[in-house]
Design a protein around this ligand. Structure first.
Ligand code: IMP
Length: 202
C-alpha cells in the first residue's frame, strides 16, 4: 500500500484529509506516526510559499511523499485580512476562539451584504527532490456576526458558505468536505494521486 505523510500537527486537518482518502488504497501517516516532532515555521507571504515550505522540509527528512496544506480566510471588507496570517491573526500562540473574537470585533457594524469572504486552501504534494505538485480550492461565503456551532475548527463557527444557512461548524465533516476549500483541493489531489501512483513506482 502506498504511503503519504501529512506535514501538519493539526489533528483537525488530519481528520478531514483522512476522511477524503478513506476509500483509497492509501495509508495516511501523521508526523507522530513517523516520530517527527517539528513545527515547520510558516514565514512565507503566500499560501503557496508556506505549503511548499511545509511539504519540502518534511519530505527532505522523511523521504516519504508528503502533503501539506496552507489555508487562509480572506475577508473583503478587511482588505483581504486575515489572509495568509489567519493562524496568528490575534497574535502568536493564540486559540481558534481568540482569532474568531478578533475577526468578529473587526467586522462589528459591517452590514450583511458587505460581509463576503472566502477560504482558500493550497495543497503541495512533494514527491521527490525538486518535484512537487500544487492544488487549490476556494469556498466563498459570508462572515456572520456571532459564533455558531461546535464542529470543525478555526474560523468555522463564523463562516456560512454560499447557498447554505449553516456555518461550517454546524455541518458534519463529510458535508463540509463536499463544499469546502480544503475538500475541493483534496479532491483534485485524490484524483491526481490515483493516476500518479499507478504510473510511477515511488
Ligand atoms: P494554516 O496556516 O493552514 O494551518 O491555517 C491557518 C488558520 O486558518 C488556522 O489556524 C485556522 O484558524 C484557519 N483555518 C484553516 N483551515 C480552516 C478551515 O477549514 N476552517 C476554518 N478555519 C480554518
Amino acid at each position: 500500500m502506498e504511503e503519504i505523510l501529512v506535514s501538519s500537527n493539526n489533528a483537525d486537518k488530519l481528520s478531514e484529509i483522512k476522511e477524503v482518502f478513506k476509500d483509497e488504497n492509501l495509508k495516511i501517516l501523521s508526523l507522530k506516526d513517523v516520530n517527527i516532532n517539528i513545527d515547520v515555521i510558516e514565514d512565507q507571504d503566500t499560501l503557496e510559499g508556506n505549503a511548499l515550505k511545509k511539504a519540502k522540509e518534511i519530505f527532505l527528512i522523511s523521504k516519504i511523499p508528503t502533503i501539506s496544506d496552507d489555508t487562509g480566510l480572506f475577508v473583503e471588507a478587511l482588505n483581504g485580512e486575515p489572509g495568509v496570517y489567519s493562524s496568528r491573526y490575534a497574535g502568536e500562540n493564540v486559540s481558534y476562539n481568540d482569532n474568531c473574537v478578533k475577526l468578529l470585533e473587526n467586522m462589528n457594524g459591517i452590514p450583511e451584504q458587505q460581509r463576503v469572504a472566502y477560504f482558500k486552501c493550497v495543497i503541495c504534494f512533494y514527491v521527490e527532490e525538486n518535484k512537487y505538485y500544487m492544488f487549490d480550492g476556494i469556498c466563498s461565503g459570508k462572515i456572520i456576526n456571532e459564533k455558531r456551532g461546535t464542529k470543525g475548527f478555526g474560523y468555522d463557527p463564523t463562516f456560512i458558505p454560499d447557498g447554505f444557512d449553516k456555518t461550517f461548524a454546524e455541518m458534519d465533516i463529510d458535508r463540509k468536505n463536499e463544499i469546502s476549500h480544503r475538500g475541493k483541493a483534496l479532491e483534485k489531489l485524490r484524483r491526481f494521486i490515483k493516476v500518479y501512483f499507478s504510473q510511477n513506482q515511488i
